[in-house]
Design a protein around this ligand. Structure first.
Ligand code: ADP
Ligand code: MG
Length: 253
């Protein structure tokens, strides 16, 4: 996709869980080469929205288009193969495995070959290809020197970067990050922001869910605000920050 072109288009998306409306009639567009944040208090429906976008879950009604194509009924693996990768709110690394293996496994599961084949056998050439790809992506996020360290020994900020490296395998055009800055120290947040700016400059579209307003406001191009399952407003960071509904949702004023 070329810069500015819509890569993800959400129209009238609703997701109910029994009587609870976790996402209500949401419209949202993500463009190639932009960083868009979805912010909102806990329980606003941000992770639910992410799950619809990555086909981990499916909407009750409404539509998601990826690169112009409806993803109705798609599975997460097909989304990943088509160029959309995500991370989850809680770090999902295998702590006693090396950083490199953690990334390579992700690369493999994301690729064409299935999980079963990986459990049974992987030919040498395929294994070498995956490890090479994993190392390349670790270098891209600045962790090339730590590839042989146990993943569990890394600081949280580094573990988040490992997850991003894993998501970058197979060269996605869209990256979805669920609360990537949560729990990070200031320095780690700065390193993360720098990486995301670099990925944006390379043309990747980044959609991130965040709780941390300061992190978001200095980084992103646009912000969408969710409260109680609804998108209440959307705009430039400075516009959104001073929006009365946002002040009300965040500060109760
Ligand atoms: P956020 O990520 O903004 O904190 P979530 O999307 O995780 O919010 O949750 C939104 C609402 O949907 C919450 O009330 C949550 O309890 C509910 N919810 C999320 N997933 C499920 C599910 N699988 N089943 C039932 N309720 C759910
Ligand atoms: Mg969440």
């Amino acid at each position: 996709p070329t810069r500015g072109q819509p890569v993800l288009e959400v129209r009238g998306l609703t997701r109910r869980f029994g009587g609870l409306v976790a996402n209500k009639d949401i419209d949202l567009t993500l463009h190639a080469g932009e960083i868009l944040a979805v912010i909102g208090p806990n329980g606003a429906g941000k992770s639910t929205l992410f799950n619809q976008l990555s086909c981990v879950d499916h909407p009750t009604s409404g539509e998601v288009k990826f690169l112009g194509q409806s993803v109705l009924g798609w599975q997460p693996r097909r989304m990943a193969a088509a160029g959309l990768s995500r991370t989850f709110q809680h770090v999902k690394l295998l702590p006693s495995m090396s950083v490199l293996d953690n990334v390579a496994i992700g690369a493999h599961l994301r690729g064409r070959a299935g999980l079963l084949r990986s459990a049974l056998r992987l030919d040498r050439a395929e294994e070498a290809r995956l490890l090479g790809e994993a190392q390349r992506q670790l270098e891209r996020v600045g962790l090339g020197a730590l590839s042989h360290v146990e993943a569990g020994s890394l600081a949280l900020g580094q573990q988040r970067l490992v997850e991003i490296a894993r998501a970058l395998c197979a060269d996605p055009s869209v990256l979805l990050l669920d609360e990537p800055a949560a729990g990070l120290r200031l320095q780690e947040k700065q390193a993360l922001a720098e990486l995301l700016r670099k990925l944006r400059a390379e043309g990747i579209a980044v959609l991130l869910v965040e709780h941390d307003m300061d992190f978001v406001m200095n980084l992103v191009d646009r912000v969408a605000v969710m409260v109680f399952g609804e998108k209440i407003t959307e705009g430039l960071p400075a516009e959104v920050q001073s929006h009365p509904k946002v002040l009300e949702a965040y500060l109760g004023v």
